[in-house]
Ligand binder design. Structure first.
Ligand SMILES: [Cu+2]
Length: 382
């Protein structure tokens, strides 16, 4: 789906909301003081209140970053308390319009184009039955949102690194070539393997020095959603992009994991700001499904903070934690993903629309300038 069709769909959603509000107003449920134009008109008071709350934190956290801003305490209204915070209706409407314009601009830009796309499935080379994956770690520039270029350390010029997918029982070989200005190593996070292949310098292997290559080889035993990442100077190396998804498909999938869309969502919060698959809103990628389809989301947190991911409109059924099946599937709409964790959920897409899907630590997702960072959408097409 192109950006244009998403914008069309959002316009349609807003037009529907507008006509519903007009109906409520006619029914005498809307306040008489409010002007009759625009879908947002009836919300002006609420927006003014939001404007007051959004002010003191300023734009400090808008671009993301390693530290979350504390939720700002509610500031006094510019003119005082009471109706419109002491402003006239016209002043309150002008404030609301200015803020709304910034919010609208971000939403209209979604999904914004940027250079580079991470998390692309890497096809293996076959060597006598062994699936061989070759990775090169190298510094590069990475565009997280339109015009925002960050310094990244990336595998195969992708943040997150290429997605590795194998099947339970496969023999797997991963070759890492180090073109970084320091040593590195790869740990296969969650994968059950022999200790020599665990990828922790000075515990299981020597560091891989600049200019060197190193080969890991093991049999993929435990199916599930796993990760691979650096395990030396990790706060910097993983935070800068040396991470990726490592998925072991089961030989015999359970009925509940037979889905139409299988989506990996890697969360990160390092020097690149708050990102989903290496991008911040509005450059994040929407998840698309048709009405009646099932979507599996594999959440993976490669960051240093927790991120409670919240889906609007439909519950998520949690099936796996760290690649291990739950004793029984359970439902939620907000799921806390801690650093290092993987959670797999299935969504029954029975509610059409463009649904917001975001981290609910609000300084990771929305400020007075609009939405940013860990925000995307689940689009359920009729
Ligand atoms: Cu978050």
């Amino acid at each position: 789906m192109s950006a244009d069709t998403i914008a069309d769909r959002l316009r349609q959603q807003i037009a529907t909301a507008t006509s519903r509000r007009a109906f409520l107003r006619q029914a005498g449920l809307a306040t008489a003081a409010v002007g009759a134009t625009g879908a947002l008109a009836a919300c002006a008071q609420g927006d003014a209140a939001q404007a007051n709350q959004a002010t003191p934190g300023g734009a400090a956290d808008h671009s993301g970053g390693a530290m979350a801003a504390r939720p700002a305490p509610a500031a006094p209204a510019p003119g005082g308390e009471g109706v419109y915070g002491g402003l006239t209706l016209e002043q309150a409407r002008a404030r609301a319009d200015a803020m709304d314009a910034m919010h609208e601009k971000g939403v209209k830009a979604f999904p914004a184009k940027t250079q580079g796309m991470g998390n692309q499935v890497l096809d293996p080379r076959l060597d006598k039955g062994v699936k061989v994956f070759e990775l090169t770690a190298r510094p590069m520039k990475w565009e997280t949102e339109p015009g925002k270029f960050v310094y990244a350390w990336a595998y195969n010029e992708q943040v997150p690194g290429p997605q590795i997918r194998v099947t339970e029982g496969d023999r797997v070989r991963v070759v890492i070539k180090n073109e970084l200005p320091e040593s590195t190593a790869i740990h296969f996070h969650g994968v059950v393997l022999p200790i020599a292949q665990d990828g922790v310098p000075f515990i299981t292997q020597p560091p891989v020095k600049p200019g060197e290559s190193y080969t890991y080889e093991f049999t993929a035993k435990n199916a599930g959603s796993h990760m691979y990442h650096s395990h030396i100077n990790a706060a910097k190396q993983v935070g800068s992009g040396l991470l990726g998804a490592f998925i072991i498909e089961p030989k015999r999938p359970r009925a509940i994991e037979k889905v139409d869309v299988d989506y990996v969502m890697v969360l990160n919060d390092g020097v690149h700001g708050y990102t989903l698959n290496g991008k911040g809103f509005p450059a994040t990628e929407p998840i698309k499904a048709k009405l009646g389809q099932k979507v599996r989301v594999r959440f993976m947190n490669e960051g240093m903070m927790i991120h409670p991911m919240h889906l609007h409109g439909m519950p998520m059924t949690v099936i796996d934690k760290d690649g291990w099946a739950q004793p029984a599937p359970w439902k939620c709409d907000t799921l806390n993903i801690a650093p290092g964790e993987r959670w797999d959920v299935v969504i029954d897409c029975d509610n059409p629309g463009v649904w917001a899907f975001h981290c609910h630590i609000l300084p990771h997702a929305e400020g007075e300038h609009g939405m940013f960072g860990m925000v995307t959408a689940l689009i359920v097409e009729k």
